[in-house]
Structures are given as structure tokens and as C-alpha cells.
Design a protein around this ligand. Structure first.
Ligand code: PRX
Length: 637
């Protein structure tokens, strides 16, 4: 097997990009022709960024799982689809061939049907990184149910918000999850969440940690018992539900500049084509290679580049349950060594953290199987880029620094590995089909090279967001109203003298902590829930490992007697309300916040203080009480 639309040279790339701009419909129709459709499209693209209304492959009918599973069975039935490495290296790994994965997905699709799930129903999935998570995702897609995967590090409150927003009627979870030295009691978190979620009628619990759980009669059932039942029914085949190209495939919640995460909606046809095309091209995946993406399926990277992209390409995708530093900081390299991994895709945060352990954990690991490296999620600093290149890739592996977002569905700007000349810290050039544009504050295009601006995309691509679940207007105002007729990414960007793109970070109130997107307003809301807090303001500051750290300025109701204890209490509150990933790194108690006369907090000033740029605060004369700035400066942590 080879991929007819895999780019083979830089000229190929340039031609493909040109073709995709002059004839987008022809370009994407050529790619889409290589998938299995029950019915082909009437029209490749219809679009209007004002409403927004974007339709790819309208009239086409398909099921994404037939493309990820059924169509490979003839040729790749015995090839590993998923290699799973457990948290504990002493435990045995698992390998599921395409045939085995297909059988398990069909079995679990039967379980979902037996539990009343129908096409269009929303199913919340809250599991650790075990093969059953991928099986659950694919089983939903097989019967046309819309999955909403929630990352295992989110709190009960966050899950409840997401379940309520999507009105899910079924939850799939595990008793618990192993992550490094910790066990996370997933089912008990779900029990707390469900107190506020009357829409949920059924919970399916998969066994992993054997943590004691309480099973509610009439609501909770065990995954394993349900599978047995399907077996006694003789494993009836599950025909894949025929979906319209524009039917919803999944919802994935992500943070924005408001306090409430939004449900980004992706649809079946366009998302499939885009995840597949970008997987095959950015990483230059070759049939038979072992590909390891270290993300969690709870994030978009896992959806597109552990599950749908690789499986639709008939690839072998490696899923790792644990963390990079358990039992020691050599774990990734052990996995590469053990499974002869060819392509490794990870986050700058992981690289920076592992760099900190020196070369001890890397030495004596056989990394010679590696051909390609990838990074995602945040800007990569040059030092980390070079370490990755030299120490992990031994100078011979190309690095693809992939810029994209939950909303874009797949990689947007990135080198075609080994083909696009790379530059440390640069996502380089747009993939075919992607038309980036830089604009100034007023929306005017900034032309030419050697310029900085806000990054927008001016033409639709198949993997793009279609709506925010249950609130289309929010999708319009968030992404399509800042600049007319453009999709606004929220990122700042430099286009250098060579026309190469370098993402400089968010220009809105969104933080990127260890590659996780967190809204400052969300963290503030959580802090303000703590009894004794009057008001707070949260900003990001440069953090050596996490990229950005969370700095909170907090006004307490009374004089804080034991600041350390109160800090811990506040962290605990944030952990409870959002999840441990949103815990502030620094909490400074202040008596006031810098506000304009109209009462708006001047975050610009707080950001500068948090960054330690105290002499460079800009104009403070419009402040209601300029003295408060001096106090905050003095108390800086
Ligand atoms: O700021 C950009 C940053 O991550 C944001 C998207 O976050 P999320 O939706 O969680 O998706 C992360 C995984 C795709 C972007 O707006 N970002 C992502 N990739 C890069 C990046 N910043 C710089 N370089 C990247 N390669």
C-alpha cells in the first residue's frame, strides 16, 4: 500500500499548495476520492464565513469507522492497529491487530445499542489511556453517536458542565486510571459529576485499577458484563450507520477567553479527509511504520493523531497509558527502544522537562529506529528544539513543528517532514489547502515578509470547526466576527524574511500551560468561588518547563493570617472546580487591582509585573488608583 496523495518532494508540496489555492474543490476532491464513501458528494464545498456556514462534501454518505477499520481488513487484518504500553513497565503490553480492533469495536457498538444509544445521541467518555478508550470512541462513531471525550484530569464540576451542555445520556468511564505513581478514581469523580446531570441514564464502567467503586442500581453497569451479554447473543455484526458528510462526529470542549468552555463540533466527512491527509503528509508516514503520539485522547491531538488520522491511514498507532517520568525520565526512550518506534510526536513541555534530567536517561537507549520527530501544542524554544534534534533524533531526523488548534481539526502550518527545509522554532509553511493571512488590529492585511500580526485563515479547509455545540452564535462571535470574512485563530504570528511562520503565542486571554489551553476567566471564576476571596486577576508568565505558568493576584476579604495555607486552599478550590491542570503556580495577595476609571482590570500591567518587567509598565495614568501598582510591584513573588 502507498498513499497516492503523499507529497514526495518540495516541488510536490509547492505544486500541491498552489493547486489547493487555485482549485480548492478539485484539490480536495482528488484526495477524498481515495476514501470509502457509501455515496459520493454532490458538491465539494459551500461556504460563507459570515454566518458561518461551511459544508464539505455535501450529499456524501459514509461512516468513518469503515475507513478506519473495515477497508483495511483485507490487506492489513493481521497488522497491529494499536500497540498499548501500560503505565507500569512490568505489566504486559497489548497489541490489537486491525481485525481484533474491528471485532472489539463492533462488540462494544452492540453494547451501546443494547443500552439504548442511537444515532445523534451524545455520549461522554471519561477514561484513562487504555485501548478501551479508543474502542469506545470508534464504537460511538460506528453507530452515529456523538462522542464528547473529557480528559481524565478534569474535575467533577468540569465534567458536569460538559455533560449538561451536550445533554449526554450515557457516560463511559473506568473504575480508575493509572498515571505514574498515582491512581485517579475516575468512577468516583463521575459519581460526583452525575449528581448534577439528570440527563444521564446509564454509566458503563470498564475495569482497570480495581479501585473500589459504588455501582448505582439501574444506572451503572460493568463493561465486561455487557460484553459477555453481547457474546451470548452471538456477537451479531454491527453495520456501520450511514452518516451524512456534515453529520456531527464529535464534540470536544476547549477554553476560550470567556469563563465557559465551548463544545467545538467536528463533522464526519471533512474531518476524516483532513486528519488523514495531514497525518500522512506532515509525518511522512510510510506503511508498516510504528507511530507514537504521546498525547492523551482527551485532547484534539489524541483524537486526530492517535485515533482517526493513523487508523484511517492503516497505520500502527502506539498508545501509552503513563507519564514521561514514570518510573523514570527514560520512559519515552524505553518505549521507542522496545517497539522500534519510527515516528515520535510529543509536546515541547515534555521535551523541556526531560531535558532537565540530562542525558543519563537517554544514553544506552537504542533510538536508531526513529526517522521523524514531531512537536505540538505550544511554541518550542530553540534550546529544546536542538536537544530534540541532536539528542533524540541524533541529528538525522527531521522535526515537524505542527501548529494547529482544537478548532482546526488537524495540522495547519508545519514542515512536511524531511521535505520542507526546517528552522528551529518555526512551524514553517502552511499545508496544502491552508491560506494563512496576518492582519493588524483593524483587520487590515499585513502583506510582505518580515512582519508580525494576528494570524487568520482566509479560506475554509475540510477539518475546520463547524459550530460550537448548542450555540452557533458563539462560534460566529468567537472566530468569525473579529475580522470580516476571516477565521481568527487567537494567535499572534511572525512571518519572517523567507515567508516562514512562527507562532508567538495567544493574543487573547487564553493561557497555554504545558500545552493545555486554559482561559484566565475560568481560573478567576474558580478562585472567586473560594470563601474569603473578593476578586482575582489571572495572567500568564514565562515558565521554564510549562511554557507559561499561572500567576494569580488575589484580593482577600480579610487580612490573610497564614498565606501559605490560604494559597493551598485556593489551589484546592481551583483543582475541585476545574481540575489540577489549572492550579495557579503563584498566588499573590493584594489589596487592590489596577483598574481603569470604568472598572476594567488592566491586565497588561499585571502581565508585565508577573513577567518581572517592572520598569516597563507603560502608561498608568488612566488608573483609578495608581498607588496600587507600587504595592503589587513590591509584593511580587
Ligand atoms: O496558541 C497555539 C498553541 O496551542 C493553541 C491551540 O491549543 P489547543 O486547541 O489545545 O490545541 C493544541 C494541539 C493542537 C494554539 O492556538 N499551539 C499549538 N501548536 C503550536 C502552538 N503554538 C506554537 N507552536 C505550535 N506548534
Amino acid at each position: 500500500m502507498s498513499y497516492p496523495y503523499q507529497l514526495k518532494s518540495f516541488e510536490d508540496y509547492q505544486q500541491a499548495w498552489q493547486h489547493s489555492v487555485t482549485d480548492p474543490e478539485g484539490f480536495w476532491a482528488n484526495v477524498a476520492d481515495h476514501f470509502y464513501w457509501r455515496r459520493k458528494w454532490d458538491k465539494v464545498l459551500e461556504w460563507d464565513f459570515k454566518t458561518p456556514d461551511v459544508k464539505w462534501f455535501s450529499g456524501a454518505r459514509l461512516n468513518i469507522t469503515e475507513n478506519c477499520l473495515d477497508r483495511h481488513l483485507g490487506t492489513l487484518g493481521n497488522q497491529p492497529a494499536i500497540i498499548w504500553e501500560p503505565n507500569d513497565p512490568e505489566e504486559r503490553h497489548r497489541i490489537l491487530t486491525y481485525r481484533e480492533l474491528y471485532n472489539k469495536v463492533c462488540q462494544f457498538a452492540n453494547v451501546l445499542k443494547n443500552n439504548g444509544v442511537k444515532k445523534g445521541d451524545r455520549v461522554c467518555i471519561y477514561m484513562g489511556m487504555i485501548p478501551e478508550l479508543a474502542i469506545a470512541v470508534l464504537a460511538c462513531a460506528r453507530i452515529g453517536a456523538i462522542h464528547s471525550v473529557v480528559f481524565g484530569g478534569f474535575s467533577a464540576q468540569s465534567i458536569a458542565d460538559r455533560i449538561q451542555d451536550a445533554q449526554c445520556n450515557l457516560v463511559i468511564t473506568c473504575d480508575g486510571a493509572f498515571r505514574g505513581a498515582k491512581d485517579i478514581p475516575l468512577k468516583s469523580v463521575i459519581d460526583d459529576a452525575l449528581m448534577a446531570c439528570p440527563s444521564v441514564k446509564r454509566v458503563i464502567v470498564c475495569t482497570r485499577t480495581r479501585t473500589p467503586v459504588s455501582m448505582l442500581k439501574g444506572r451503572d453497569v460493568w463493561w465486561e458484563d455487557e460484553i459477555k451479554q453481547v457474546e451470548t447473543m452471538g456477537n451479531p455484526p454491527v453495520p456501520a450507520e450511514e452518516m451524512e458528510a456534515e453529520d456531527m462526529l464529535f464534540i470536544l470542549y476547549t477554553s476560550g477567553s470567556t469563563g465557559k468552555p465551548k463544545g467545538v463540533v467536528h463533522t464526519c466527512g471533512g474531518y476524516m479527509v483532513y486528519a488523514n491527509y495531514t497525518f500522512i503528509n506532515s509525518f511522512q508516514y510510510k506503511p508498516g511504520q510504528v507511530y507514537f503520539c504521546t498525547a492523551d485522547i482527551g485532547w484534539i491531538t489524541g483524537h486526530s493523531y492517535i485515533v482517526y488520522g493513523p487508523l484511517s491511514a492503516g497505520a500502527t498507532t502506539l498508545m501509552f497509558e503513563g507519564v514521561p517520568t514514570y518510573p523514570d525520565a527514560g520512559r519515552f526512550w524505553d518505549i521507542v527502544d522496545k517497539f522500534r518506534v519510527n515516528i515520535l510526536y510529543t509536546a515541547p513541555t515534555a521535551i523541556r522537562s526531560l531535558m532537565g534530567y540530562g542525558l543519563g536517561p537517554v544514553n544506552h537507549k537504542d533510538l536508531s529506529s526513529l526517522t521523524t520527530l514531531g512537536t505540538v501544542g505550544e511554541p518550542i524554544n530553540e534550546e529544546a528544539w536542538h536537544w530534540y534534534k541532536d539528542q533524540i533524533g541524533k541529528g538525522k531526523c527531521p522535526i515537524t513543528d505542527t501548529w494547529w488548534q482544537t478548532e482546526t481539526g488537524g495540522i495547519m502550518i508545519a514542515p512536511i517532514a524531511g521535505i520542507t527545509p526546517e528552522k528551529p522554532g518555526y512551524a514553517t509553511l502552511p499545508l496544502p489547502g491552508i491560506q494563512p493571512i496576518l492582519v493588524d488590529e483593524t483587520g487590515k492585511e499585513i502583506e510582505g515578509n518580515g512582519v508580525n500580526g494576528n494570524l487568520c485563515i482566509k479560506f475554509p479547509w475540510p477539518g475546520m470547526i463547524r459550530t460550537t455545540y448548542g450555540d452557533h452564535e458563539r462560534c460566529r462571535t468567537t472566530y468569525f466576527s473579529t475580522y470580516e470574512n476571516l477565521y481568527f485563530t487567537g494567535d499572534g504570528c511572525l512571518r519572517d524574511e523567507d515567508g516562514y511562520y512562527r507562532i508567538t503565542g495567544r493574543v487573547d486571554d487564553v493561557l497555554n500551560v504545558s500545552g493545555h489551553r486554559i482561559g484566565t476567566a475560568e481560573v478567576e471564576n474558580a478562585i472567586n468561588m473560594h470563601a474569603g476571596v473578593v476578586e482575582s486577576a489571572v495572567v500568564g508568565y514565562p515558565h521554564e518547563i510549562k511554557g507559561q505558568g499561572i500567576y494569580a493576584f488575589v484580593i482577600a476579604e480579610k487580612q490573610v493570617k497564614d498565606p501559605e495555607l490560604t494559597r493551598k486552599d485556593i489551589m484546592q478550590t481551583v483543582s475541585r472546580i476545574i481540575g489540577p491542570i489549572a492550579k495557579p503556580d503563584k498566588i499573590q495577595f493584594v489589596s487592590g487591582l489596577p483598574k481603569t476609571r470604568s472598572g476594567k482590570i488592566m491586565r497588561r500591567i499585571l502581565r508585565k509585573i508577573a513577567e518581572g518587567e517592572m520598569d516597563n509598565l507603560g502608561d498608568t495614568t488612566t488608573l483609578l488608583d495608581p498607588a496600587v501598582v507600587e504595592e503589587i510591584k513590591t509584593g511580587r513573588l
